[in-house]
Design a protein around this ligand. Structure first.
Ligand SMILES: NC(=O)c1ccc[n+]([C@@H]2O[C@H](COP(=O)([O-])OP(=O)(O)OC[C@H]3O[C@@H](n4cnc5c(N)ncnc54)[C@H](OP(=O)(O)O)[C@@H]3O)[C@@H](O)[C@H]2O)c1
Length: 259
């Protein structure tokens, strides 16, 4: 299926590795022009170089999405570079799950800034450009914990539930402008954060993946691949998903207990 993404301008946050990088890779393959950001310049440059080597038209900017001024710089630079924006993927994030009584105010604040306020601000900055382009798409990358919070999952599960609510509100407010807003809820998918955990545990990533999948009882029997996640996001930002809005799709191999 041609996703009709050729020439579209897509912004992806937190894309120097893991799921964000896989999304950029897929978008470049589809002929989209991609702006990506992350904090670590070395990793960001390496990812941008890989994307360019595949023929991608790419803008890579160091930015911390939890800082309003960085986000503004990122969105403005992308718009100045290509004169339009067609889609936004709010992907930047990190794991933060602890027993409620051990989470400090500073940790709540940090999680909300990184995963909720960053998306709020990015949409505020991007929506006028999407409107000017005659419509577009926003994808918020969340976690299955948004729908099914378990114990010891704060602050992340609460922040993610807010992200899901934001997705629905925005789909209703921006829909009349032709802007579709959806969320993708991740279960366990291979990425940089898992590789770092494997390294800390002194075991190869594949061993950790097999253990985690078994412990969690993933119905499909394995952790997901970043490309499998990227396929879903690429479809959602594409015109081929033209009647899909206001939904939250689990990409979790069947792990979540709720639909
Ligand atoms: N993989 C999973 O199993 C899983 C499960 C549930 C939810 N998720 C969510 O999926 C998203 C992608 O996760 P991932 O697994 O791909 O993580 P990852 O491998 O750790 O990659 C995270 C990316 O985001 C960037 N990033 C982190 N904080 C940032 C900030 N403040 N500003 C800008 N960029 C930032 C990182 O680069 P720098 O560190 O250089 O900034 C990196 O490029 C996250 O929102 C995560 O919470 C993933």
């Amino acid at each position: 299926m041609d996703l009709e993404l050729s020439g579209k301008v897509v912004l992806v946050t937190g894309a120097s590795e893991g799921l964000g990088a896989a999304v950029c890779n897929r978008l470049v393959w589809e002929g989209a022009r991609v702006a990506l950001c992350a904090r670590n310049l070395r990793r960001l440059d390496a990812t941008a170089a890989t994307l360019r080597a595949q023929g991608g038209e790419v803008l890579a900017l160091p930015a911390d999405v939890s800082r309003a001024e960085d986000l503004e710089r990122f969105v403005t630079a992308a718009h100045e570079r290509w004169g339009r924006v067609d889609a936004l993927v709010n992907n930047a994030g990190s794991a933060s799950a602890k027993p409620f009584l051990s989470v400090t105010d500073a940790e709540w604040e940090q999680d909300l800034q990184l995963k909720l306020f960053a998306a709020v601000r990015a949409v505020r900055l991007t929506a006028p450009h999407l409107r000017a382009a005659g419509g577009g798409a926003i994808v918020n990358v969340l976690s299955i914990k948004a729908k099914e919070p378990g114990k010891n999952t704060t602050p992340s599960s609460v922040t993610r539930a807010a992200g899901m609510s934001l997705t629905k509100v925005l789909s209703k407010e921006l829909g009349p402008d032709g802007i579709r807003v959806n969320a993708v809820l991740v279960g366990m998918i291979e990425s940089g954060q898992w590789e770092r955990r494997a390294e800390a545990a002194g075991k190869p990533p594949q061993v950790l993946y097999a253990e985690k999948s078994r412990e969690a009882g993933v119905p499909l029997g394995r952790i997901g691949r970043a490309e499998e996640f990227a396929d879903v996001v690429a479809f959602l930002v594409s015109p081929r998903a033209s009647y899909v809005s206001g939904t939250a799709i689990n990409v979790d191999g069947g792990l979540s207990g709720v639909v």
